[in-house]
Structure formats: structure tokens, C-alpha cells
Design a protein around this ligand. Structure first.
Ligand SMILES: [Zn+2]
Length: 283
């Protein structure tokens, strides 16, 4: 499933693993691969993501599930493309270095710097935003991989379900980091939305529009922690009519995730400590 320059966020409905289905019996390995890019402009990214053990952290999250078959998480040069996808034939999640470059290009330095100095913001927001967007891309594609590997039913668009999976994991970060990640994604989706022409072909796409994906994420964030993300409503970033139902949206999403993945998850649920440990090198 190719998710061209697509990020994620969430609204979607994967419903129902029935109680009668067999549990997976084995723990298959999760490989991580950092391809060395030929382009000099990608080398700095290559060294940085290796140093921060980004794929090892994401492997830790995927390892929270018992997988029946192996999975590979890969950073790749992709001949300069800016893309990310999951390939079911070899069970590999790939994110291109070019995608990371595009994310960096779209984050406005000046605006982010100004906000770094604002109340309640610590320095390093841009760093958290970039790494949050890398994590988001991998988690979105890992969502596709898990639906495939674990044979999880999906009702609604799979792209939205993958967004939802990624959002629920990222919202387990400590509030300060989660805010930086959400703010970074907000910048990115607004930037993508500005490039989206009002064409029927986009409305027919298997991805939701960038602004829809953004509002889905903001709603989940506000629903997860109204204190930490109250500024989204106060600033108008998340319209009040949507905000009213976000707590219920988040509760439904999280309980659906546990219903769908519970028998595959170690401990039966998404482990906050595992998520925070996994991202320790990145944030
Ligand atoms: Zn996708």
C-alpha cells in the first residue's frame, strides 16, 4: 500500500476481531535496515536516524505485538523519491530519506523558532516535530503491516485506520513531546493542504484530504488529554463543534484498538511505558 508523501492521522474504523479466532503462536523477528543513501543531501539524515536508533525504537513498539511472520522496517534511498509504503509481498515497511527531507523543507523554521520561545514551549520543538513526523510515517505504514500480518478486519478506509493506529501510539508520549509532535503535524498538513487543488480526483483518493486528516488527529489529541491540548480549541485550531465529541472519539478509538489487537498485544493493551522507552532516543 503506497502512501505517497502521505502522513497519517486519525479517524477510522477497524472493527471487530471476533472472539473465536485463533491467537498467533509464534514470535517472528523484526528486522531493521538503514540503507546508505548515495545522495549527499540524505547522508546527514542517514547518520542522524542511525545515531538516534529510530528503527530500533520503532521495532520496540512493533515488538509489543506477537507477530506470526517476520517484518522489516527500512530507511531507503528510493532513488530520490519522497515516499513511504508497506509492501505485503516481502512484509517490509519503507520510508525514504527523501520523505524526511520533504518534511524538513515544509516545516517553517521561523514560525517554529518563534513558538519555541513562547509560553509553555521548550526549545527543541522543531526537532520533536521532525522526529514525530518520521515516527508517524513509520507507524502509519506499520499499521498497514499489522492489519495484514495479523489479519485484522478493517471497516472504513484502511488509510484512515492506519492514521488512527499511528495517532493512538504517538499520543502515549509525555504531553510536552506529544504537543510538539502534534504542532509539527499541524504545520505539515496545512502545508500539504495548501498544495491540494479542489479536484474530484483528490476527493476520490483512498486518503482523506490533508485538513481532514489534521482535524482527525487534533480531535484525538484533545480527546486524549483536554488539559494538555486545550490550546487547540482555545486557538481555534480545532473547531468547537468537533471538539465537543472528541473525548468520546478517543475513547472509542482506543477501546477499538484494544478489542482488535488485544490478543496480539503483550499485556493485552498498548503499553505507555513501552512507547516512551521506544522513543527515548528520538525525543
Ligand atoms: Zn497508508
Amino acid at each position: 500500500m503506497r502512501c505517497a508523501a502521505a502522513i497519517w492521522v486519525g479517524s477510522a474504523l477497524a472493527l471487530g476481531a471476533g472472539p473465536g479466532r485463533a491467537s498467533p503462536v509464534s514470535d517472528a523477528p523484526i528486522r531493521v535496515v538503514y540503507d546508505r543513501p548515495g545522495r549527499p543531501e540524505s547522508l546527514a539524515i542517514y547518520h542522524e536516524v542511525r545515531k538516534r536508533r529510530v528503527l530500533e525504537g520503532l521495532r520496540e513498539i512493533a515488538a509489543g505485538m506477537r507477530l506470526p511472520r517476520s517484518l522489516t522496517l527500512r530507511f531507503s534511498a528510493c532513488r530520490g523519491e519522497a515516499d513511504a509504503w508497506y509492501e505485503p509481498t516481502n512484509r517490509t515497511v519503507t520510508v525514504c530519506y527523501g520523505y524526511v527531507r520533504e518534511v524538513e523543507d515544509r516545516l517553517p523554521w521561523d514560525a517554529v523558532r518563534a513558538r519555541e520561545m513562547g509560553p509553555g514551549r521548550r526549545r527543541g520543538m522543531r526537532h520533536d516535530a521532525v522526529f514525530g513526523l518520521i515516527a508517524q510515517a513509520f507507524l502509519h505504514e506499520t499499521g498497514h503491516a499489522l492489519f495484514d500480518l495479523l489479519d485484522v478486519p478493517v471497516l472504513g478506509r484502511e488509510e484512515d485506520a492506519a492514521d488512527q493506529f499511528a495517532a493512538l501510539v504517538l499520543l502515549e508520549l509525555p504531553p510536552a513531546q506529544a504537543r510538539h509532535v502534534v504542532d509539527g503535524i499541524t504545520h505539515l498538513f496545512r502545508s500539504l493542504a495548501a498544495d491540494e487543488p479542489a479536484q474530484a480526483v483528490l476527493l476520490a483518493d483512498d486518503h482523506s484530504l490533508a485538513l481532514q486528516r489534521l482535524y482527525n488527529l487534533l480531535c484525538l489529541a484533545y480527546g486524549a488529554d483536554r488539559r494538555a491540548f486545550g490550546y487547540l480549541v482555545a486557538s481555534g485550531a480545532l473547531p468547537r463543534p468537533r471538539a465537543e465529541f472528541c473525548e468520546a472519539e478517543y475513547d472509542l478509538a482506543l477501546s477499538s484498538l484494544h478489542a482488535l489487537f488485544g490478543r496480539h498485544l503483550r499485556g493485552g493493551r498498548l503499553e505507555r511505558a513501552r512507547v516512551r522507552r521506544a522513543f527515548r532516543g528520538m525525543f
